[in-house]
Design a protein around this ligand. Structure first.
Ligand code: TXA
Ligand code: MG
Length: 318
């Protein structure tokens, strides 16, 4: 599959069992982690669901095509277990990318589309990321350049009374609540233990992890704090820094990834996975700038916290 506005996806006909199995194989993805079905219009969802909730139509009209995935109860048996992970629900999304929409339309299918990375690694936001992880395992890559949003879609569960966000992304809880006339939209931040069954099965797996150790800098960390942290480790380790230019100009690290001139959450999410992958090639420790956990900053922090195993740089006064 080509890029979407969020990340590159690995596409396959959702009704072709063999093709769907190959998607799991290529990614090395656990078989109980269900897939998102990508559609080019609402009738692509109606094919599998007779009674769609009103909220679904409202949100589809407001945000599709766009970075919003909606989970709804499907007609029994309308999609295979390998797509749904054996759940009674399925996740649907209409991506906002002309190449992808054309691809879905012309194939006249609905396509499963997990992120086109090796399971557990940072999601791919450039064609070369897909090539790096999946070369030799997939039929081909449609190169559409770097993706715009850079983190995966917001996943909202509409299968129970109140909409629940299972994964924060490009569309915020506030925007969803506003579109639905101000009703409560909750965010399930629940961190799942290995023996629990989470609402979004993907939540229990280790995610977004580069080989390098990622250390989070406190949100109010200034360039002095970054300099101190870099100095603390640089005797024995190769340090890479992902931060805004004012910080990078101050500490002048040998390896760096710019997250833009000033703090802009979209520039941060856009660069996040490329930063993790690029820095991972050259260093042992990645010092990462953080954002307040609100709006798009919540999506950025959700991925960054997972990639670091929630490890924060503690200011050591030694
Ligand atoms: O932006 C995106 O959503 C990208 C692009 C390619 O569209 N796709 C993507 O797919 O991120 P994937 O498979 O990497 O992530 C799908 C997430 C997983 O965490 C999965 O557990 C959850 O959605 N999910 C899928 N179906 C579900 C369901 N029926 N109930 C709960 N969670 C579900
Ligand atoms: Mg993924």
């Amino acid at each position: 599959m080509p890029p979407t506005e969020t990340v590159y996806g690995l596409g396959a006909d959702c009704q072709n069992e063999e093709a769907v199995k190959k998607v799991y194989q290529a990614k090395g993805r656990p078989s109980d982690n269900p897939l998102i079905v990508h559609v080019a219009n609402i009738s692509g969802v109606e094919k599998y669901v007779t009674h769609l909730p009103e909220n679904f139509y409202t949100l589809a009209k407001t945000f599709w095509p766009g970075p919003l995935t909606m989970i709804v109860k499907i007609d029994e048996g309308s999609l295979s277990k390998s797509v749904t992970g054996g759940l009674e629900t399925c996740a649907f999304r209409m991506p906002d990318h002309p190449l992808t929409l054309k691809f879905i339309q012309e194939s006249q299918k609905e396509l499963v589309g997990p992120s086109a990375n090796t399971s557990g690694k940072p999601s791919p936001t450039k064609a070369e990321h897909v090539y790096h992880d999946l070369k030799g395992k997939i039929a081909g890559i449609l190169d559409g350049g770097a993706t715009r949003v850079g983190v995966e879609s917001t996943v909202v569960d509409l299968s129970e009374g109140t909409p629940v966000i299972l994964r924060p992304g490009g569309i915020t809880a506030e925007e969803i609540s506003k579109a639905l006339g101000g009703i409560a939209v909750t965010y399930d931040k629940h961190l799942v233990t290995p023996t629990e069954t989470p609402k979004a099965p993907g939540m229990k797996y280790k995610h977004y992890a580069p080989n390098a150790k990622v250390l989070l800098m406190k949100n109010d960390a200034n360039s002095q704090d970054f300099k101190k942290a870099a100095a603390h480790y640089s005797k024995s380790k190769k340090i890479g820094v992902m931060a805004t230019n004012d910080i990078l100009n101050h500490i002048k690290p040998t390896v760096s990834y710019s997250l833009g001139d000033k703090v802009n959450p979209l520039t941060f999410t856009h660069g996040l996975f490329d930063a993790l992958r690029t820095l991972d090639e050259h260093c042992d420790i990645i010092l990462a700038q953080t954002l307040p956990e609100e709006g798009l900053g919540l999506a950025y922090m959700n991925r960054l916290i997972k990639s670091s195993g929630n490890t924060w740089y503690e200011d050591k006064e030694d």
